[in-house]
Design a protein around this ligand. Sequence first.
Ligand code: PBG
Length: 331
Amino acid sequence: MFPSLRLSRLRRTSQLRSLVQETQLQPSNFIYPIFVSETIEDNQAIEALPGQDSIAERNLDHHIKKLYALGIKAVLLFGVSANKDAYASDSLKTDGLLSRIIKTTKSSVPEMLVVADNCFCEYTNHGHCGVLDKQGYVDNDASIKILAQQAIICAQAGCDIVAPSAMLDGQVQAIRKGLDAHGFMHIPIMSYSVKFASSFYGPFRHAANSAVNINNLLRDRQTYQMAIGNQREALQEAHLDEQEGADILMVKPAGTSLDIIAKLRAVSNLPLAAYQVSGEYSAIKYAALAGVLDEDHAIIESLMAIKRAGASIIITYFTPQIISLLRNQIA
Ligand code: PBG
């Protein structure tokens, strides 16, 4: 056969390899999720997420300044609440934890992009992502009403993006209407459009103390989060969110949903985000700690694969590490 096809010609030197590299990671691609606790006196290591701390609320201002100095430009905030009830009422108060952490972050560094996780499971004593009906199921329509209220509280506190993560039907439309009616038509919605009922959220639930209460009849979130095996349904979820007015579509977990990301990239023109969730992070971290993986390269590979699949925005606990790897030209 002539000419002889030798794709390895372009792999021979690092200069050639970087000349033909199709996917590049950039610091602006990343959003860093952080946990803020209202009870602890000082930052506390999260055992389930090696290398991550629960930030004491009183240290938040200092912490945000430190992150910004490291080159982190966007954060996703999670409150670790000590005031939980059946209705997540603390999250609906202007002086509640959710509102306070947004205000503190914005006043600490106004240029820091603040994404608010719009959900109830961090603030309910039963651990579900909404209020419950008499049978113990999440009451979808009652829940989206208060989810819209929560989004308004977040916008009033100064967040730049709201990110509804409850996987309730109609949540994007309800939030869009609520925000618009309160003068927040300029606040974008990044919807957790495709959120699978995944075991990879395990470490997060330790960190946010949001595991579904074992006394509850419905111990998992399979009645509202998606079944792992369903690809067409995932595309439908995203399509509906787009019709309801989502500005950015998000898929999670990222690493186990690369097929969904690639398909969505082909059918939607919205920006696509993917969340490399807690279990994906801890799997790499613990393997690296055991000495069986090269941590830096495993991080780069996992993130590159997500971007190659089609997500331009990546939410990851590796944000500080990848930004430093990029700065040192290792990634
Ligand atoms: C809130 C929420 C969860 C995560 C992000 N937002 C928890 C859940 O659905 O149980 C998980 C993120 C992670 O595992 O890193 N609903």
